[in-house]
Design a protein around this ligand. Structure first.
Ligand code: GAR
Length: 210
């Protein structure tokens, strides 16, 4: 089975969704590592309870971002993952560290990319008067939140929605989206090629919808 390492900085509900998908038999994968940059990340606790090995590496122990990222990705590589999943990992990753993983690292981002890269995506969608919002799973490249988008889930914005209601409604959709994409990878149905994403060996012209 596919060997997956997950990187998470916080609550870890997307990681939990992957564990649950495996539990239900919908994802054939081994979780070889949960890595975090935050000692109080609930994701670490979830991993311990699930018997997934953990790695905590704190940025303040390193002088420079690139030193931290080099150390982090060296430790991750030692677990021999096939794929890295960023599930609420809230750091920008140095280009040199991520380069060997291009095509093997995905991220979930709470917006309909290419809209709203970066932070405060719910607030920005509301402020722009958008009628729909959503989440995207994309391959990670050196461009922040700018790699090729694999799949998206769409959420209508309703009158009365605020940042909290949007986040609350989007989260379960994120969980389904991420689990679905990771199982496509586990089933060897996705690849990043020089011409973009291939889905079942055909070029993917627009993101899959969930
Ligand atoms: C999720 O909403 C995810 O999309 C977002 O952080 C949250 C993590 O929740 N990721 C980003 O904003 C990445 N820039 P979780 O810890 O419960 O999975």
């Amino acid at each position: 089975p596919l060997r997956i390492a997950v990187l998470a900085s916080g609550r870890g509900s997307n990681f939990a969704a992957l564990l649950a998908a495996r539990e239900r038999g919908e994802l054939s994968a081994d979780f070889v590592l949960l890595a975090s940059d935050k000692p109080d990340a609930a994701a670490l606790q979830l991993a311990r309870m699930a018997g997934v090995p953990t790695l905590l590496l704190e940025p303040h122990d390193y002088a420079e971002r690139r030193d931290y990222d080099a150390a982090l990705f060296e430790r991750i590589a030692a677990s021999k993952p096939d794929v890295l999943v960023l599930a609420g990992f809230m750091r920008i990753i140095d280009g040199d560290a991520l380069k060997p993983w291009v095509g093997r690292m995905i991220n979930i981002h709470p917006s309909l990319l290419p809209k709203y890269r970066g932070l405060h995506t719910h607030r920005r969608a509301l402020k722009a008067g958008d009628t729909e919002h959503g989440a995207s799973v994309h391959y990670v490249t050196a461009e922040l939140d700018g790699g090729p988008v694999i799949a998206q889930t769409v959420l209508p914005i309703e009158a009365g929605d605020d940042e909290n209601t949007l986040a609350t409604k989007l989260l379960p959709l994120e969980h389904q989206l991420l689990a679905a994409v990771v199982s496509l990878i586990a089933d060897d149905r996705l690849a990043l090629t020089d011409n973009g994403i291939a889905f079942d060996s055909e070029p993917l012209r627009k993101p899959l919808r969930w």
